[in-house]
Design a binder for this molecule. Structure first.
Ligand SMILES: [Zn+2]
Length: 228
């Protein structure tokens, strides 16, 4: 009947109100804590949705390795003219220049910058010497896995090949290599995602000491895009 209330019916809206207040208080607390710990002002910020995760089954073509948002863009530096003129070989068999992606400036963990490009290819695709020269170091590291450091013929630059599945048989430190020689095979050693075999390829300009672990990073992308 109109005007009549069943006993206890007022509890429902009150409970709803209580839930709302609790929820609002939680949001306020989170916002406050965020502001305190991040040191940022409480301005509205856009949160990008997480990238869609591919459902199984795995695609036949490897997906791009997970990469963090780009770091503060550095000014694009043109490649050294001598290096650009050498027509470096794309160091993975069968990969065309159009398939390359410029991930040189991508952010990596702990504030690092990629300083290299990743060339996606199925596991065990031959890795080729980008130019002639000399194998200087065969090195295994946590991040790079099985790696090769090769110097160019003038010993001005070092080429770095990482995440290899294995080395080419007989490859040894000090061995001379020719352009296009198979030096290893694409894999996922080190911190490469197990489902995304790729070659991590870097170029550095050596210092006068010519240490394989030192040098200034040079973006391989514009050099390889014009290569063969
Ligand atoms: Zn990489």
């Amino acid at each position: 009947m109109a005007g009549e209330k069943k006993p206890g019916s007022w509890k429902v809206p009150l409970a709803g109100l209580g839930g709302f207040i609790l929820g609002a208080a939680t949001v306020l607390l989170v916002v406050t804590l965020y502001g305190r710990f991040s040191g940022r002002t409480r301005e509205p910020r856009t949160v990008s949705p997480p990238p869609p995760v591919a459902a199984s089954p795995a695609p036949p073509v490897p997906a791009a390795p997970p990469s963090a948002p780009a770091a503060t863009p550095r000014p694009a530096v043109p490649p050294p003219a001598d290096l650009a003129a050498r027509q470096l070989l794309i160091p993975v068999q069968g990969v065309q220049p159009q398939a390359l992606q410029d991930t040189f400036d991508d952010a990596r963990s702990a504030g690092r910058v990629h300083d290299a490009i990743d060339i996606l290819s199925p596991r065990n695709t031959p890795v080729l010497a980008a130019e002639g020269g000399r194998i200087v170091k065969l090195f295994t590291s946590d991040k790079g896995g099985l790696t090769i450091y090769q110097f160019d013929p003038t010993e001005t630059y070092s080429y770095y090949y990482a995440h290899l599945e294995r080395y080419a048989p007989g490859l040894a430190e000090g061995s001379p290599v020719t352009r296009g020689q198979v030096i290893g095979y694409v894999g996922t050693s080190g911190n490469a995602p197990p489902n995304t075999p790729h070659l991590h390829f870097a170029i550095t300009r050596l210092t006068p000491q010519k240490n394989w672990w030192q040098g200034e990073a040079i973006n391989p992308y514009p050099i390889l895009r014009r290569g063969r």
